[in-house]
Design a protein around this ligand. Structure first.
Ligand SMILES: [Cu+2]
Ligand SMILES: [Zn+2]
Length: 178
């Protein structure tokens, strides 16, 4: 008997179901949640774990939840980047640029998220909705990464809205779904 790779099938199935025209909003709640939620640890530039990012599919788009501790108070640019690589030796540069979708300029990229606002203690916990991406965009062949930057993003100027260095990274690949 040949071994069969059920893991990959289990991962892709909910996303394929969501793409089907017959799936309604109430059906979404009936999908097996373990295979439709992605979770990844956020690491800082020294490789220390400082938070968690969770991505859940919606009927249209994705819900992204971010929890992070110990960053500088105030606004931080935050984006979904093209590759699921968080290499501290490369200062997270190998995660590539922003997931673009149909957007051609910074501020209209699918991966451009609202600024993350850390409180006076440097902690932040927030949720945002990304309407134009699906789970299959996140865990495509090279995965995706959520990156937090040192400074606020004006969501206008290219390439990165003045958000500065990449200070935290969470990598999503086909292997780290929960
Ligand atoms: Cu970024
Ligand atoms: Zn952008």
């Amino acid at each position: 008997m040949k071994p069969v790779m059920y893991a990959a099938t289990g991962l892709l199935m909910p996303a394929l179901l969501l793409a089907g025209a017959s799936v309604t909003a109430s059906d979404v709640h009936d999908l097996p949640s373990p295979t439709s939620v992605l979770e990844a640890g956020l690491i800082d530039i020294s490789g220390e774990r400082i938070g968690t990012v969770t991505i859940k599919p919606l009927a249209t788009g994705l819900s992204v939840h971010i929890a992070v501790e110990g960053i500088a108070p105030g606004p931080h640019g935050m984006h979904l980047h093209q590759a699921g690589r968080c290499e501290i030796e490369q200062s997270f540069a190998t995660a590539g640029s922003h997931l673009a979708g149909e957007g051609h300029a910074h501020g209209s990229h699918a991966g451009d998220l609202p600024n993350l606002i850390a409180d006076a203690s440097g902690n932040a916990r927030t949720q945002t909705t990304v309407e134009s991406l699906s789970l299959t965009d996140i865990i495509d062949s090279d995965g995706s990464a959520l990156i937090i930057h040192a400074s606020g993003d004006d969501l206008q100027s290219s390439p990165g809205g003045g958000a500065g260095p990449r200070i935290a990274c969470a990598a999503f690949t086909a292997g780290n779904h929960t």
